[in-house]
Design a protein around this ligand. Structure first.
Ligand code: ATP
Length: 360
């Protein structure tokens, strides 16, 4: 019998030059990546970039036009969904409305030949894991959105798949619940050591839940890395803008020494990792919270003044006009916004949050 949450080893997922075409549309274009066992990897990108198609190809709900897909080292490229040992949690949850919560979760094992008693025992165990004990006799319509979502997770877990897939699992929940449910999903993934591929278009959600993020743009991978790598070392302007709302500013590399570039940006001189850039004009990604505002400006600071200030409780957001353009600035831990119209000196916290964008 198959009780116990972690009987099966978590498996890796590997794409080797996978392409998916629908007629003349290339939805996924020669994409390669590896998800290590027990890791949560997010496919992140704007609408139409190919993330859902990628997820559905892992599941076997779409077949690759070209390339190879491996799960746990096994070539599954030509296997149907039923033979892949993968479960998916759909955006819509896709619960059976006429069945109870327990029946919904026990359905999979029943279809696979478990006795009713065994199937229900397996279902009860997973309902316990997602915190739904006591609600098993209800119909899905008698549950809140968050509870329905957890039934969908229990239903995906009950077959103890090698890989679990989530397609925008939070999109039907309100903002407050979204944060809690994403934490629950992450906790469950870590405690059960599950391999998870997770699709979202929300960069904050991706940063919060992922071991690694694969950023997609126009059917290709723009960059993959840890949340910190993507935030601090964006590979291109698309990633810099998509993750963390960077200010993109023009500067000049005046010299290179070892791994460092001397960069001039208006009145400021910075020393930054050169990231392969050559002397001359460069673009810099500057995070909103890496910009420091000083009400008694140093002569070396970039001169600016406050155009807009929004008090948001934990943070204050500013629009600051300067000679190098309008800057989006976020300050934490201040209670009193700087007055609109006030002159400020702008400097950057270069240790964190200012990066040369290669090739831009
Ligand atoms: P969203 O966040 O809007 O769901 P996505 O990043 O998940 O977007 P996909 O759904 O993977 O994007 O779609 C990628 C591209 O492939 C889009 O241009 C889409 O129109 C196209 N596409 C997806 N499914 C099909 C299909 N069944 N037939 C034809 N074109 C499709």
């Amino acid at each position: 019998t198959r009780s116990g949450a972690s009987k099966k080893q978590a498996a890796s997922v590997e794409f080797r030059n996978v392409t998916k075409r629908y007629g003349g549309v290339t939805a996924v274009d020669s994409v390669s990546f590896t998800i290590e066992p027990g890791k949560l990897v997010t496919l992140l990108g704007p609408s139409g970039c190919g993330k859902t198609t990628t997820l559905r190809m892992i599941a076997g709900l779409e077949m690759a036009s070209e390339g190879q897909i491996l799960i746990g080292g096994r070539d599954v490229t030509n296997l149907s969904a039923a033979d892949r040992d993968v479960s998916m949690v759909f955006q819509s949850y896709a619960l059976f409305p006429h069945m109870s919560v327990l029946e919904n979760v026990a359905y999979g094992p029943s279809v696979q030949g478990a006795s009713r008693k065994d199937a229900e025992a397996m279902a009860m165990e997973k309902l316990g894991l997602v915190g739904l004990k006591g609600l098993e006799r209800r119909a899905p319509s008698e549950l809140s959105g968050g509870q329905q979502q957890r039934v969908a997770v229990a239903r995906a877990l009950v077959l103890e798949p090698q890989v679990l897939l989530f397609d925008e699992p939070l999109s039907n929940l309100d903002a407050k619940l979204r944060r809690r449910v994403r934490e629950d999903i992450r906790e469950l993934q870590q405690s059960l050591n599950l391999t998870v591929a997770y699709v979202t278009h929300d960069q904050e959600e991706a940063l919060a839940v992922s071991d690694r993020i694969i950023v997609m743009s126009n059917a290709r991978i723009a960059q993959s890395g840890t949340p910190r790598e993507l935030y601090e070392e964006p590979a291109d302007l698309f990633v810099a803008d998509f993750i963390g709302d960077a200010n993109i500013l023009g500067g000049t590399i005046t010299g290179i020494e070892g791994a460092s570039a001397q960069v001039k940006i208006d009145t400021l001189s910075l020393s930054l990792p050169h990231r392969g850039a050559a002397p001359g004009a460069v673009k810099l990604a500057v995070r909103p919270d890496a910009i420091l505002l000083n009400e008694t400006p140093q002569p070396s600071a970039i001169a600016g003044h406050i155009r807009k200030a929004s008090y948001l409780g934990t943070q204050i957001e500013y629009d600051v006009e300067t000679a190098i353009g309008n800057l989006f600035v976020v300050q934490y831990g201040r209670t009193q916004p700087i007055e609109i119209g006030k002159a400020v000196g702008v400097t950057f916290e270069t240790q964190r949050g200012v990066a040369i964008v290669p090739g831009a």
